[in-house]
Design a protein around this ligand. Structure first.
Ligand code: NAP
Length: 333
């Protein structure tokens, strides 16, 4: 017998002919897939991939109808796993969530126990979704750079797409760890907010999307890039000898036009980040760091709150590149 009510509110995307119908409807508990943990979802968030999951040309949704939302946080209301108790604060993200299995834009959700991250170190469910998948990917990026040897005294670090979810969180984490972080943004009016997050300097989008030589003067000791096509060529040709970029996204396009020279003449490295399949033990470890050593400054202050009924605008906005910080989704009334 389920602890989830027979019906609950959910935002649903359904492919109908050549369009996607989106909106809030009553969803039946019986239509949820099986799983060991039932969660009263308090918060979800809006990630770039969620925007794509609700578009006909998005190539992300693998079931229809789909409750999107690639991350969620809330309170366990039933659990078949002795490690997760009723009343525990938990989160889940990645794997098939919000893509091939119903996700976070709902009052309740049921998930496999092996996807659940207990929130034990002082992050509230809202805090966790202010970080969300984008912030988790930012943390993965910082961890990957540091595990390769990057330290705060190495020199300036570049973060592209800095007004967005991955970029803004990476900026905040790196600045708090003592790095000199430069923020590249296409939104000049965001400069004040980015400086408050810890940016030592601001670069315009024009500067980092312009054509350049195969190698330009060495500048950056490391970089975090979630923009892709528009910015990664600049990043690669300006990284210092032996430096690395953690690359996770394609908000500015998916093609990559570069030469081999940054790799073979400067030994730079392109570290690919994929948050989706991260094994649960490593995922829990990174969240523990996000709650402590990697906790982004002003957590939640830069998040805009929306309800299930207001999701259309946020989902369209993130794909259009208009993100200013993160959107958190309040799933209850
Ligand atoms: N690999 C993974 O596991 C993983 C996880 C999370 C996200 N991602 C990917 O990472 C990317 C960013 O996600 P997000 O949630 O941070 O999105 P977001 O909040 O929309 O941020 C993306 C930012 O990129 C910049 N941008 C957008 N269009 C651009 C263009 N044409 N040229 C240059 N810059 C542009 C904008 O920042 P400015 O205006 O400040 O320049 C925008 O705010 C997406 O592609 C997403 O799918 C991947």
């Amino acid at each position: 017998m389920s602890a989830i009510p027979a019906t609950f509110r959910a935002y649903v995307a359904e492919k109908v002919g050549d369009r996607v119908d989106r909106g809030v409807r009553d969803f039946a508990e019986a239509d949820l897939p099986p799983g060991e943990v039932e969660i009263r979802v308090g918060w979800s968030s809006v990630n770039y991939k969620d925007g794509l999951a609700t578009r006909v040309d998005g190539k992300v949704a693998r079931i229809s109808p789909l409750i999107p939302g690639i991350d969620l946080a809330g309170e366990g209301v039933a659990s078949e796993d002795p490690a997760i108790a009723v009343g525990d604060s938990v989160l889940a993200h990645g794997y098939d969530l919000g893509v091939a299995r119903h996700g976070g834009y709902a009052e309740y959700q049921r998930v496999p126990a092996g996807w659940v991250v207990p929130l034990v170190l002082g992050l509230s469910p809202r805090d966790a979704m202010a970080i969300g998948t984008a912030g988790f990917t930012a943390a993965m990026s910082v961890v990957a750079l540091e595990e390769r040897g990057l330290q705060p005294d190495a020199g300036p670090i570049l973060v592209t797409g800095a007004s967005g979810g991955v970029g803004g969180t990476a900026l905040a984490i790196l600045a708090d760890r003592g790095y000199e972080v430069w923020a590249a943004t296409g939104k000049p009016d965001e400069a004040g907010r980015l400086r408050a997050l810890g940016a030592a300097g601001i670069l315009s989008r024009a500067e980092i999307t312009a054509e350049g030589k195969p190698l330009d003067p060495e500048r950056w000791a490391g970089a975090v890039d979630a923009v892709g096509e528009a910015t990664l060529p600049y990043v690669l040709r300006t990284l210092r000898r032996g430096a690395a970029v953690a690359a996770s996204g394609n908000a500015g396009g998916a093609k990559l036009e570069t030469t081999v020279f940054p790799f073979i003449l400067r030994g730079v490295a392109l570290l690919g980040m994929d948050s989706v399949p991260v094994p649960i033990a490593r995922r829990r470890e990174i969240w523990d760091w996000l709650a402590t050593d990697l906790r982004p400054r002003e957590l939640g202050v830069h998040a805009t709150e929306v309800g299930l009924d207001d999701l259309d605008g946020a989902l369209d906005g993130i794909v259009a590149g208009s993100a200013r910080g993160r959107w958190v989704v309040r799933t209850g009334g």
